[in-house]
Design a protein around this ligand. Structure first.
Ligand code: COA
Length: 164
């Protein structure tokens, strides 16, 4: 699996992946009504593509296909983090998070955080995030429980590798 910046002409594919991931992977934790409300944020394709392009996401490529996408904002927020249903359980999310942590460290960020679904929370906890706060979002008049999770990054010291 490799991660690379998402091209402008691929934003529509991210929208399809987002809808598929929410509708097909989160049914254990969210009702159909909740999942429909969640994906309603992508109802307007032009608006979704413009919003995502502004976030400068990257894509994870597996078997020459987009298997997932995510982003890292300047304040350390991971806004979107989604894996395609066909790629679930193949460590795509693990690879994307590793990529995010490397990006964050290259920008000398000390923490990263995300508003995480109940579905993804066990994954993030396994990756050493901690719950900061339980929250309830409202989308299209429907409530969606989720949580703010944060991870403190250990900055790699470059001092040891400097010439004496
Ligand atoms: C949750 C999600 C990101 C995980 O992606 P994935 O590529 O399947 O995860 P990985 O294969 O990298 O899994 C890594 C580890 O986390 C565990 N894990 C992944 N999803 C899990 C879940 N829902 N519950 C418990 N453990 C989970 C895996 O079992 C694996 O454990 P292991 O290292 O002991 O084998 C993905 O299923 C998804 O997109 N879900 C729906 C959308 C969503 O909620 N996105 C997050 C929005 S904040």
């Amino acid at each position: 699996m490799e991660c690379r910046p998402c091209r402008g002409d691929e934003m529509g594919l991210l929208r399809e992946l987002f809808v598929a991931a929410v509708m097909e992977l989160t049914g254990g934790e969210y009702s159909l009504e909740q999942r429909r409300a969640w994906v309603s944020s992508a109802a307007d394709k032009v608006e979704f593509c413009a919003r995502m392009e502004a976030r400068q996401p990257f894509v994870a490529i597996l078997q020459e296909r987009i298997a997932g996408y995510a982003d890292l904002q300047p304040d350390g927020l991971i806004d979107h983090f989604y894996v395609a249903p066909w790629a679930k359980g193949q460590r795509v999310a693990s690879g994307m998070l590793q990529h995010i942590e490397e990006l964050a460290q290259s920008k000398e960020m000390t923490t990263i955080h995300s508003f995480v679904s109940l579905t993804a929370e066990p994954f993030f906890l396994q990756k050493k995030f901690v719950v900061v706060e339980q929250r309830i979002a409202t989308r299209a008049g429907v409530t969606l429980p989720h949580a703010l999770l944060q991870k403190v990054l250990t900055l790699k010291s470059t001092r040891e590798s400097l010439p004496r």
